[in-house]
Ligand binder design. Structure first.
Ligand SMILES: [Zn+2]
Length: 381
């Protein structure tokens, strides 16, 4: 038995926008959303055999009132259409507030205003540093202009409505961010600008530049006590998982004690390392997204590792969902189930009372993040 957490609202502290057209897919296209791989062979032959996909399909079929086959689920989704699908799933999921990172999209996405009009929840945004830097590299000719406009944008992030920053340096040049001088970063600018000029777009993965800009952002976050989310652990197909171990961040965590470091994705599979960092550093917070829902039946096992060391005041729920409402819905559902399962075990053990367990769940699902980002909570109905 799992403690029933269905009445508790969720603050999804890390997620991405929905596609403009996300209700009509062929099977392989749909299966793609349930895989971390960028290999077509994975979607065609293997993605549908994960426990994640098998279980999600049954849950979605029950919700949609259709048989649990890919074809039936796809037909039921298409019959509802984008708007009804999103509204029904978000309402059922009890997602009250989303912190959106608009820097990750798999196709043409709804704008912030369109999402605000469509979804039955409040929205806020997180500023993605590398996407910002890439846009500025395209727009400006010199390194000095890049730095000047980057610093201005990060300093103005709060005024522009962002409640935090986010870095994906883990899967660009790794979390072992090195002290980098302005001169070293400036020397790396010319070839990057050359690529940007040639291709009309640029993917920033040049260590001196990435490191320098992230360090500048941390200095500004330190002055403003602005939370910074870091991609850690799995979650992108061009990732060197070895470089995504959150232990690499220790020096920066200690140097920027007024920056709340939010380690995303349960740092999975480095969930023990993540919990350790959250246990020893007051300014480290442990996000559970992506691991919920990807780990599916093993979500309680992951949560036991988090609870083993991390104070419950440090744990933050998110979905890391993107593009389709299905993943938001399944993550909310399994997140409550996983938490309810582990908390019920602790009640049985006598480690926490039922009231304490409900309080812990409410904090992890929303209260902790609301305090961290300075957001109103619980949401007024
Ligand atoms: Zn994400």
């Amino acid at each position: 038995m799992a403690l029933d957490l269905s009445a508790l609202p969720i603050l999804d502290q890390h997620c991405h926008p929905l596609l403009r057209e996300g209700s009509r897919f062929r099977d392989v296209e749909y299966q793609r959303f349930f895989s971390e791989s960028d290999q077509t062979a994975m979607y065609e032959h293997h993605a549908a055999t994960t426990i994640f996909f098998r279980w999600a399909l049954k849950e979605l079929a029950t919700f949609l009132g259709c048989p649990a086959t890919v074809d039936d689920v796809l037909a039921a989704r298409a019959a509802l259409g984008d708007e009804a699908l999103a509204t029904r799933m978000f309402r059922d999921a009890g997602l009250a507030m989303l912190l959106l990172d608009h820097g990750y999209q798999t196709g043409e996405s709804l704008s912030h205003a369109e999402l605000a009009a469509r979804l039955p929840c409040r929205l806020a945004t997180i500023l993605r540093l590398e996407t910002l830097a890439q846009e500025l590299i395209l727009r400006h000719e010199t390194f000095d202009q890049l730095v000047e406009t980057f610093v201005a944008a990060v300093e103005g992030a709060r005024a522009a409505g962002h409640v935090g920053l986010k870095s994906i340096i883990a899967y660009r040049t790794g979390l072992a961010v090195a002290e980098t001088t302005r001169g070293e970063a400036g020397a790396a600018f010319a070839p990057v600008k050359e690529r940007a000029r040639r291709d009309g777009r640029v993917r920033l993965a040049d260590k001196p530049l990435n490191d320098y800009l992230v360090l500048r952002a941390l200095e500004i976050a330190e002055q403003q006590e602005l939370p910074v989310q870091f991609h850690t652990g799995f979650g992108d197909n061009d990732l060197d998982l070895l470089a995504a171990n959150p232990l690499h961040l220790r020096r920066h965590i200690e140097r920027h004690r007024r920056v709340p470091f939010v380690l995303l994705h349960a740092s999975y599979p480095y969930v023990r390392e993540q919990a350790y960092l959250a246990a020893v550093h007051p300014n480290v917070h442990a996000d559970l997204g992506l691991a919920v829902p990807y780990l599916a039946a093993n979500i309680p096992a992951m949560l036991r590792e988090a609870f083993a060391l991390a104070p419950t005041s440090k744990l933050l729920f998110s979905t890391d969902a993107y593009s389709i409402p299905d993943i938001f819905w399944i993550a909310a559902r399994w997140g409550r189930w996983g938490l309810g399962t582990v908390l019920e075990e602790m009640i049985t053990l006598g480690a926490v009372t039922r009231d304490e367990a409900l309080d812990i769940a409410g904090e992890i699902l929303g209260g902790n993040a609301a305090r961290l980002y300075g957001l109103p909570w619980p949401p007024s109905s």
